[in-house]
Design a protein around this ligand. Structure first.
Ligand code: FES
Ligand SMILES: [Fe+2]
Length: 394
């Protein structure tokens, strides 16, 4: 009798690629990601009620003082460690509930009310760990890396050069088909999906019905190329009427998704930028800023599956009409890279992983990674992403 081949019993022990995925302090990728600014909240999230954030595996508290300055401090009070989540935001900063130490947005301790003279003599020796912030595009950006290496917060042409009647709005909506705001899987599963245009005609057009528009259902001719900022993909589709639909998406370092609206409301340069923000090794969220004609427009136009929004689907409908959420969280908390079988259609994924790996190595050597800028001119980033309809040649 023939012996069975390829049974699961023969599987090798499986593992993920820690160098590419893990984001904590002191990890190789964590050190790379800490060389860039990341959006950590909407501007409107920073207020007089302390807000818990988890970013790159660190537990933080966001607030806004009476002068309107946002502050981001470690959650554990540097006195005896209770959380500043239960603190009170005051004119000059945030006050710990336990013994009343007051910290400003830079972590300076301004008062220690249980100490002689409110701690006047020694309070400067205690500093609450803090991170610098900048507000732009309706988002609060944090820099969590080595202070001497702090780059400029880049500006992006897609969000700077507005047509008449346009404004920039931000939101924290989730991946493609909706879903919860916090996505329970590793950030790279979503980020590298940007360089996977081949899944569009399958997942978004044939397997689950038309999630975007009919033209996206055609299998594209795809080229991947490195850019000065990351990797781009160019997908070309010949439409039935002879026109050619060209779509350029970019993965910009460290985690920017620069993808034209797949519902193709119009042609032209890319409308929005999304930042894939790792909360820790097994969850992320997305902040988006884009050009709109009125506030609130970004979150609209969500895909419907089976005529319903993601939240309304039954479990069986999630199985029958999966979208990006299902496919990417379905790879597990951190996908098992050692089990993969990459093929020609994965060459964009491979290009992005290699680029990331080279940046991790550069940082380990003491060099600056791609896309950190220290002068205004280079910190103004011009993007190529967009979608266009060309008249066919035949
Ligand atoms: S633990 Fe915060 S003031 Fe004592
Ligand atoms: Fe997708």
């Amino acid at each position: 009798m023939a012996v069975d081949e390829g049974t699961a019993y023969e599987m090798e022990p499986s593992k993920h690629d820690a160098k590419l995925t893990e984001v904590g302090r002191g990890t190789p990728m964590g050190e790379l990601l800490r060389r860039y600014w990341h959006p950590v909240a909407l501007g409107s999230d920073a207020g007089t009620t302390p807000r818990r954030l988890r970013i790159l595996g660190e537990d933080l508290i966001l607030f806004r003082d009476g002068a309107g300055r946002p502050g981001l401090v470690h959650a554990r009070c540097c006195h005896r460690g209770t959380t500043l989540y239960y603190g009170r935001v005051e004119e000059r900063g945030i006050r710990c509930c336990y013994h009343g130490w007051l910290y400003d947005v830079h972590g300076h301790c301004l008062e220690q009310p249980c100490e002689p003279d409110a701690g006047a003599k020694h309070r400067h020796t205690a500093r609450q760990p803090w991170y610098p912030l900048e507000e732009r595009y309706g988002l609060v950006f944090a820099y969590m890396g080595p202070p001497a290496k702090k780059p400029l917060l880049p500006k992006y042409d897609a969000l700077e050069e507005l047509a008449r009647g346009e404004l920039v709005d931000a939101d924290d909506t989730s991946i493609g088909s909706g879903g919860g705001v916090i996505v329970p899987c590793n950030w790279l599963q979503h980020y590298e999906n940007l360089m996977d245009p081949y899944h569009v005609p399958i997942l978004h057009a044939s397997f689950s019905g038309t999630q975007f528009v009919a033209a996206m259902g055609l299998m594209p001719q795809v080229e991947f190329e490195p850019t000065a900022r990351g990797v781009k993909s160019k997908s070309v589709r010949k439409l039935e009427n002879g026109q050619v639909f060209v779509r350029v998406s970019e993965a910009v370092l460290p985690t920017l998704r620069v993808v034209p609206n797949p519902r193709v409301a119009g042609y032209g340069r890319v409308e929005s930028i999304g930042w894939v923000v790792p909360l820790d090794d097994t969850s992320f969220r997305i902040y988006t800023a884009g050009r709109v004609t009125e506030r609130g427009e970004l979150g609209r136009g969500r895909s419907k599956m089976n005529g319903k929004f993601w939240r309304e689907l039954t479990e069986e409908e999630h199985q029958r009409f999966p979208g990006d959420w299902e496919a990417q969280t379905g790879q597990g908390p951190i996908t098992l890279h050692s089990q993969e079988h990459l093929r020609t259609s994965d060459r964009g994924i491979v290009a992005l992983r290699r680029l990331l790996e080279r940046q991790v190595d550069a940082v380990a050597r003491g060099d600056d990674p791609l896309g950190v800028h220290f002068d205004e001119a280079s910190a103004y980033v011009r993007l190529e992403a967009g979608q266009h309809l060309l008249e066919g040649t035949s």
